[in-house]
Ligand binder design. Structure first.
Ligand SMILES: Cc1cc2nc3c(=O)[nH]c(=O)nc-3n(C[C@H](O)[C@H](O)[C@H](O)COP(=O)(O)OP(=O)(O)OC[C@H]3O[C@@H](n4cnc5c(N)ncnc54)[C@H](O)[C@@H]3O)c2cc1C
Length: 353
């Protein structure tokens, strides 16, 4: 019996994969899967290597992004393959249905509170649970992680509003505002506008939002864990996956593709009795490490550094690299960047200071 805590996309996908060979139960603290929405829902084309995309959860396809510098200039990058914008509630429910179709049982209003204990959040009754293996897919503030001594994650706070505003279908990205800020077209009349930052997120957001005047249709927000390559994600029979394991790109906060990729490795580890730490790190460890190094470097940038970098991004050779390489393959992107534009190496010096 494998018990999974958390019915988010990564928990449900892990459940669906493991259900081929195991009895699975998922405990989810909310009353349903998919709400509240705490995500921008932008995915690179790599998602096609993991699942078959369904029309029902695709909101938009994006072919270009503008990366802004503090001086107002921007580099416009056209993607060779589109980024996909999903409705997160429908996306999550797709994985829920995949799990249920495979015979997985999901119990709602069930919160994991400590080792072997589940609290029913409606009746307030507690019950003890038994399992051979426990999977913590319970998000960035994973109780499974802290209960089994696997530690707390450092994180950013994200605030996002849905704003009614006509747009040209291009993602605006501001790497110098907060930790980063964005305006992502959900459709040609709705933008998902948000900021992620370590502190003062709401203040930064209020200021940033002035650039996108329009009626606010809704608020979303949440916690974005920061990947730390040293994080231990398993003990003998407890495994963390997705945001619970901080399997996330620190440059953009993208956690869906890495989390779903790690879920596949967790299924292999459990079914084939292999080392989970080794398997997922072999698949995405280097990529997440690279995002982390780039993040640490960018955290030390001043406004002038950003202006210089965006200036380099405007070069034809750079635009080609950025348009062809996926954010999920940062090593290739970084290598080509440095080879074509050796001056970008100077930015890495920031890490030394
Ligand atoms: C503002 C914002 C914008 C983002 N934008 C993007 C984006 O554009 N692209 C992208 O790829 N990623 C994005 N992310 C990150 C992405 O949302 C996460 O990486 C993704 O949700 C991880 O899925 P998960 O299943 O691991 O965790 P979650 O989606 O957090 O799911 C965890 C589930 O566990 C449940 N749970 C938690 N604790 C317990 C408990 N104790 N007991 C029982 N159940 C529990 C929760 O209710 C939840 O259903 C964004 C995040 C934020 C906050």
């Amino acid at each position: 019996m494998v018990t999974i805590i958390g019915g988010g996309p990564i928990g449900c996908y892990t459940a669906a994969l493991l259900s081929r060979r195991n009895d699975i139960i998922v405990y989810e603290e909310n009353k349903e899967v998919g709400t509240p929405i705490q995500c921008t829902g932008i995915l690179t084309d790599t998602i096609n290597e993991i699942i078959k995309l369904k029309k029902e959860f695709i909101a938009n396809k994006i072919w270009a992004t503008r990366i802004y510098a503090p001086n107002g200039k921007f580099a416009k990058i056209h993607f060779k393959k589109p980024n996909i914008i999903v409705y997160r509630n429908k996306f999550d429910q797709y994985f829920r249905d995949m799990a249920i179709d495979n015979g997985v049982k999901i119990e709602y209003n069930c919160r994991f509170t400590k080792r072997r204990e589940i609290l029913n959040t409606e009746t307030r009754r507690k019950k003890n649970i038994k399992y051979d293996k426990l999977v913590g897919a319970d998000g960035p503030q994973s109780k499974v992680s802290t209960s089994y001594g696997l530690g707390k994650r450092k994180h950013l706070r994200g605030v996002q509003a849905l704003i009614k505003k006509k747009n040209d279908g291009v993602v605006d990205f501001f790497p110098h505002i907060g930790t980063y800020a964005w305006a992502v077209p959900e459709s040609d009349t709705i933008l998902r506008v948000g900021v992620a930052a370590e502190t003062n997120t709401l203040e930064i957001f209020k200021n940033f939002k002035k650039r996108y005047k329009g009626n606010i249709l809704g608020w979303q927000g949440g916690i974005i864990p920061l990947h730390n390559p040293k994080t231990i994600t398993s003990t003998k029979n407890v495994f963390l996956v997705g945001d619970a394991a901080a399997q996330i790109k620190n440059t953009t906060g993208g956690g869906l593709v890495p989390g779903l990729t790690a879920a596949k490795e967790l299924q292999r580890a459990i079914d084939e009795n292999k080392d989970y730490e080794h398997l997922w790190r072999q698949k995405i460890g280097k990529s997440l490490w690279t995002h982390n190094v780039v993040r640490k470097t960018m955290n030390r940038f001043n406004q002038n550094d950003w202006n210089k970098l965006i200036n380099i991004f405007q070069r034809k050779s750079m635009k080609k690299i950025l348009s062809e390489e996926s954010r999920d393959k940062p090593i290739q992107m970084l290598t080509k960047t440095i080879m074509k534009n050796p001056s970008t190496l100077l930015f890495l010096r920031k890490l030394m200071h």
